[in-house]
Write a protein that binds this ligand. Structure first.
Ligand SMILES: Cc1cc2nc3c(=O)[nH]c(=O)nc-3n(C[C@H](O)[C@H](O)[C@H](O)COP(=O)(O)OP(=O)(O)OC[C@H]3O[C@@H](n4cnc5c(N)ncnc54)[C@H](O)[C@@H]3O)c2cc1C
Length: 428
């Protein structure tokens, strides 16, 4: 079984502690903002352009709550044509203005904002357009796929595709993000070692370019546009439709978490698990007194498990939690437990510190939602989120642990949110 190809990259996701560098960069700003509202209001879709402070205030902030940028107007498009008209208007204007698509504004540092320009509130397409939605199909060359509007939420894509017994293969940890938003970033999660990020699982897109042309693109058709838009932070066009790869969906998952105090053993076991066949998801996280075991994500550990973890924390300071999932269905229900036993055989977690859960596919994929709702109740969702994602080469990960996790976070006792840490293969 175990071959060990090199695994050179670890993804580290810091929540709360470090400021993300700014990556906002937009087209030329509107220079004489005073006349823009007037000119915009002469457009055909003027009734869907809002210049009132309620609309502009909402679009001037995001989930990060670190920066603010006021647009002149917010367009609530009722059709793709509304967006085409607006972008064309800007392109043909002597003073083109910034146009930014906003999915749900879960960006951290203004990436979906348009200072002195126009924000496109993509969710309004979902409410009133017949042009997008979620449609499941099949053809001989691609197999199953879904054509999905850029404004759609991944949770809705999951629900719609499951009605056909199908699902996308690559996810983010949280599903209340839009297809256009995550495809403009990457969409990285515990399935990425197997399938690559979400942007590697797109067959084709319809994109409104900076000139206002609606262009179809894929690996083989307008490929420059295709690759620029994927991961392009909305700078190369607006995704109105994406064709997403689907596979037959499992019903349920076996979900395990194993605890380590030795970082070397933890990372080696993570690398090992993504180098063999068998698992469908591998992630990991840090547990500290300042970042407790059920921090933020779905409760996994029972109160008695948490007591055990607390005594480990008192002894070791930091505990590393390796998280793995195997999907199963009616055909594999009788063998899945034995398969898990074989997969974790020989791993070097702390004896007795393996915890298991059996869940539905939706329960597992939608695991952050319950944490979100709890935080919302406590008023702790709508707060600043200076998060950071880092890809760290394998050669630097031990040093990173010693300098950042141990010396800074643990020894200096900083208050922090969850920290995820998991391996990816460079070729994916
Ligand atoms: C709780 C939480 C958990 C997360 N977990 C993960 C994770 O596991 N993995 C991961 O990769 N990311 C994760 N993210 C980050 C997520 O990918 C980004 O927040 C992303 O910005 C998606 O959010 P959004 O759909 O609200 O898009 P927005 O923030 O509104 O937009 C993001 C960017 O995409 C552009 N954009 C939006 N729609 C379109 C469109 N239709 N066409 C072209 N450009 C568009 C915007 O202009 C902007 O540049 C998480 C975010 C949160 C809040």
């Amino acid at each position: 079984m175990a071959t060990s190809p090199p695994v050179p990259v670890f993804l580290i996701v810091f929540f709360i502690i470090i400021r993300l560098i700014s990556i906002v960069g937009k087209l030329s700003p509107w220079t004489s903002t005073g006349s823009l509202p007037h000119q915009l209001l002469s457009l055909e879709m003027a009734n869907r352009l809002h210049i009132d402070s309620n609309a502009t205030k909402l679009a001037s902030t995001d989930f990060g709550k670190l920066v603010q940028a006021n647009p002149i107007a917010v367009l609530y498009p009722s059709s793709i044509n509304d967006i085409v008209s607006l972008v064309k208007f800007s392109y043909n204007s002597p003073n083109p203005f910034t146009v930014a698509a906003r999915g749900r504004g879960h960006s951290l540092r203004g990436q979906a904002m348009a200072k002195n320009g126009v924000v496109l509130e993509m969710s309004s397409l979902k409410l009133s357009s017949n042009e997008s939605g979620i449609r499941v199909s099949q053809n001989p060359s691609l197999g199953f796929y879904a054509d999905v509007g850029g404004e759609q939420l991944w949770i809705d894509v999951l629900r719609a595709t499951l009605e056909h017994g199908l699902a996308p293969v690559s996810w983010t940890d949280y599903l209340y993000l839009t297809v256009g938003g995550t495809l403009s970033n990457a969409g990285v999660s515990g399935q990425s070692f197997l399938y690559g990020p979400q942007i590697s699982n797109v067959y084709e897109m319809d994109v409104i370019t900076g000139k206002g042309d609606l262009v179809r693109c894929s690996k083989h058709m307008n490929s420059d546009l295709f690759y620029a838009v994927l991961g392009g932070l909305g700078q190369f066009g607006i995704i109105t439709r994406a064709r997403i790869a689907l596979e037959v969906a499992p019903n349920r998952v076996k979900w395990v978490r194993m605890l380590y105090h030795d970082f070397t053993a933890f990372t080696r076991d993570q690398e090992h698990l993504i180098s063999i066949n068998g698992l469908d998801y591998v992630e990991g996280s840090l547990i500290m007194h300042q970042s407790p075991p059920n921090n933020w994500r779905a409760s996994f550990f029972s109160p008695s498990d948490q007591l055990k973890i607390n005594s480990l924390l008192t002894k070791h300071g930091i505990i590393y939690c390796l998280e793995a999932v195997k999907y199963y269905d009616d055909l594999t229900i009788d063998t899945v437990d034995e398969e898990i036993r074989q997969l974790v055989k020989g791993l070097r977690f702390i004896p007795g510190m393996m915890f298991k859960k059996d869940d539905s596919l939706v329960g597992f994929l939608n695991r952050v939602r319950s944490g979100e709702l709890k935080l919302r109740e406590k008023g702790m969702w709508e707060v600043a989120h200076p998060w950071l994602n880092l890809f760290v080469g394998k050669s630097g990960i031990m040093e990173f642990n010693a300098a950042v996790f141990v010396d800074i976070l643990h020894k200096q006792n900083h208050t922090i949110g969850p920290i995820l840490l998991y391996p990816l293969t460079r070729h994916k």
